[in-house]
Design a protein around this ligand. Sequence first.
Ligand code: TMP
Length: 223
Amino acid sequence: MEGDEINPILRGYLITIEGLDGCGKSTQARLLSSYLKGKGYPVLVTREPGGPPISEKIRELILDRSHPEMVGLTELFLYLASRSQHVAEVVKPALQKGFLVICERFIDSSVAYQGYGREIGAEVVKGLNRVATQGIFPHLTFVLDISPKLAWERVRGCRSPDRLESQGLKFYERVREGYLALAQEEKRVKLIDGRGGVRQIGEEIRQIVNDFLKERRRENNEK
Ligand code: TMP
C-alpha cells in the first residue's frame, strides 16, 4: 500500500485511529486534535462510517440491528460506499487545503473487520479500498490494541450492542488478528498498548506525531 502512486498532490496529512470497539479512539482523537490545534495546525476530525450526510445515512443502515440477514459482502460494499463519499466530500478537499485530518477508523477497519472478521480476505478488501479512496491512504495510523475480551466487555457494559458489536468474541479475535497483521506489514501502522491510561496513550501518540511532522518538515526543507 505504500508507494509512489498513493497520496497524489496533497498538502495535508491523514492520521487515522483504529482499534476494536471500546478501545478509546474517540478520546484520543479529541486529545490529539486539541494538542495540534494548540500548536497552530489546521485540524479536521472526522470518522467512519460517517462524515457527510450520505455516509451518515449509510452508517445507520449498516449498524441497524433489525437487519441480521445482511451478508458480509453487502456490509463491505456499504462501508466502501460510505468511504468513497467521505473521501470525495470531506477528506480529500481538506488534505488538498493542507489540513491535518484525524479520522476515527478508515481503510484498516475494513481490512480488519470485513477482511479478517468476516473472512472475506485482506487482499480483496485492500484492493477495493484503493478504489474507494481514489488512492488516498493514511500517512500515519494508530491501532489502540486491547484484548477482544475487554472490547466485548466494554461494549456490553455501556450500551446495547449494534449489529456489528453483536458478533461476539470469536469475531473480535479475528479482527484483532487483522490489526496485528497490518501493524506487522505496514510501517505507517503503529501499535499502541490500549490498556495504558488515557494520558499515557495520548503522550505516546503525540510523540509519534511530532516525530512524523518533524520528518516531513525536514523532507520539505522547512524549518
Ligand atoms: P464505531 O462504533 O467505531 O463508530 O464503528 C462502528 C462499527 O463499524 C464498528 O463496530 C466497526 C465497524 N466498521 C467495520 O466493520 N468496517 C469499517 O470499514 C468501518 C469503518 C467500521
